[in-house]
Design a protein around this ligand. Structure first.
Ligand SMILES: C[S@@+](CC[C@H](N)C(=O)[O-])C[C@H]1O[C@@H](n2cnc3c(N)ncnc32)[C@H](O)[C@@H]1O
Length: 321
């Protein structure tokens, strides 16, 4: 009989919370402990579990013989980068302590992205068995950064105090609706209309923006997604409430914008961009002055004048406050 599953797997599958009909993919399933726990929650759903080690898949197969026979679990000896999932799309993809998600997150998540269902999410778990600066929270920050590097937005970060070591989970989704190459969100060249910053552009300002709060039970928004939503809104000249759903609730984006305006972040970002452009010689400081004279009808001369003017929240902090 299989031994009692360790706490970390129980926690992981609790957070994964697969629906009975879900299609789940586990990458690097090892002994297949999580596979058994997931199968216990499935009815018509199915888990595909892969591991590049034949030995591991054999052990996982022994542990999950009944589930495999019932068609609830499919186990394959294959590395993620070589796997062929055909047309299969997964509602949830997870991996616990699997090196490519730390070492080559872009490559690993590019493959995951291709096989995620439209509303699908990836759950990357890591335990803090090695000491990390900042402990488990530091580990969570670094793991989140890797997930973002791979063009995923971070929906939630969980830190769990487990024995013998704490563990973290970062839950992400392909950024800005990059769920597949054909549907909503992509233009004909295969580039997302909603992904507005290159990695290089983002790296210039990322450090100036608010990071994760790490507060328990309060998922935070992904800063890059928020900034892209704000850029998108100005680029298109639309009302806040007309922001496409891929950016999440427009109220959250508006709140970010207001906060960045009133705490001076936008001013600081502008200063940094001007300094960077100046340093690389792409700015010339000539100013173009033009004037237009428009004759107003005499009726226009006696309306009430409000010299305060209308301000947009991207203006200086003291005006927006
Ligand atoms: C540290 S073990 C973790 C196993 C299990 N997830 C756990 O938490 O106990 C990492 C596992 O991932 C597998 N693995 C590493 N790189 C892989 C890849 N590129 N594709 C599939 N499996 C991989 C290894 O063979 C190993 O079984």
């Amino acid at each position: 009989m299989a031994s009692k599953p360790s706490e970390r797997f129980v926690w992981a599958v609790d957070t994964l919370a697969p629906d009975p009909t879900d299609r789940v993919l586990e990458v690097g399933c090892g002994h297949g402990v999580a596979v058994s726990l997931v199968c216990a929650r499935l009815t018509s759903g199915r888990i595909t579990a892969i591991d590049r080690s034949k030995k591991m898949i054999e052990m996982a197969g022994r542990r999950n013989r009944e589930h495999v026979a019932a068609g609830r679990a499919v186990l394959k000896t294959v590395a993620l980068e070589k796997a062929d999932f055909g047309d299969e799309r997964f509602d949830k993809v997870f991996a616990f302590n699997v090196a490519p998600f730390w070492l080559q997150p872009k490559e690993a998540l590019r493959i995951v992205r291709r096989h995620l269902a439209p509303e699908g999410s990836v759950y990357v778990y890591w335990d803090a068995r090695h000491t990390h600066p900042g402990g488990a929270h530091g580990l969570a920050d670094r793991l989140s950064e890797r997930i973002r590097l791979a063009e995923f937005s971070v929906d939630q970060v969980l830190v769990k105090d487990l024995r013998p070591v704490p563990a973290v989970c970062v839950i992400g989704r392909p950024r800005a609706c990059l769920t597949n190459g054909s549907g909503f969100g992509w233009d004909r060249a295969g580039v997302s209309r909603f992904q507005l910053l290159s990695d290089a552009q983002w790296s210039l300002i990322a450090g100036m923006l608010p990071g994760p709060t790490g507060r328990k039970g309060r998922p935070f928004s992904d800063a890059r997604l928020m900034i892209e939503a704000i850029i998108y809104r100005y680029r298109c000249g639309i009302a806040w409430r007309d922001l496409p759903e891929v950016f999440g609730p427009w109220q959250t984006v508006w709140t970010w914008h207001r906060r960045l305006a009133s705490d001076g972040t936008w001013d600081a970002v502008l200063e940094r961009m001007i300094a960077a452009a100046d340093a690389s010689g792409v700015l010339d400081w000539s100013i173009s002055v033009d004037s237009t004279i428009a004759r107003a009808h005499q009726h226009a001369t006696n309306i009430t004048r409000d010299t305060g003017g209308f301000i947009e929240l991207q203006e200086s902090g003291h005006r927006a406050a």
